[in-house]
Design a protein around this ligand. Sequence first.
Ligand SMILES: [Zn+2]
Length: 298
Amino acid sequence: MSGPLTFGLDLGGTKCLGIAWVDGEVVAQHRAATDTAGPGDVIELLAEVAAELRSQAGPPVAVGVGAPGLVTRDGNLALAPNLPGVEHLALEEGLTAALGVPVMVENDAATAAWAEFSCGAAEEAESMLAVTLGTGVGGGIVLDGELQRGAHGFAAEVGHIIVRKGGRQCVCGKRGCWEVYASGTALGILSYERLGVTGEEVTASAAGGDLGALAVIGEYAAEVALGLGSLIEVLDPETVVIGGGLVQAGEALLEPVRSALPGFVYSWDYRRPTPVVPAQLGERSGAIGGALLAAQRI
Ligand SMILES: [Zn+2]
């Protein structure tokens, strides 16, 4: 006896990763470079990845897509800064027509969060905040077992809460957004400014106990904790899951974030300390979450 076969497709700025999912397992996987010049190419690329998965695993009952950008509740990719020329793309509708099975489209950080909640780092929790620290800062929120989408589908754009009035310019057009200070890109800039090295070199040196590197990581961790603290105030999540490229730094990064966090949360001493844990599913989380959401919605 086996459950429904669904596909999850994680559309990124540089690659598209697809997985076939049945009974809680990845049964096939395919990766293709994202080489798109416009909206039509995006649908073609996703359909190609789905076709390859189909040849490996058979026909799916539904497909879930994690897309990078603002995704409306009816599956339109309203804006995707990492996919040039893509705006107001009716992705759910277009891909449903191309594949002939139900398709759902969700923001990629949200699908990744759902995977960590369902079968990863927050499996035991009822509510969670997931934050991805990568090129930018993404977020996913689950409260009382429900993925939070907001009125338009644009909830959990945590990277664009403003932490400095008139601060540094963000790619979104505003100034002083949290992601300008807390993304992996921001750590790279800080590392270069302070020590003339890359973010990867700083995290490696910090893990080895280098004092200069530890100071840079401490400075960066305080920026991460600043935003997390405000989000904890609003959401009171049971657990916080940190994902994205920076999670590879492991405890060298997470421990300074945990140390800084009480300074940014009101009444820290009166609550059970909010655990800050690393994501467990790695680069496949976005695709796995897509497959899980697709199975849930049919
Ligand atoms: Zn911004």
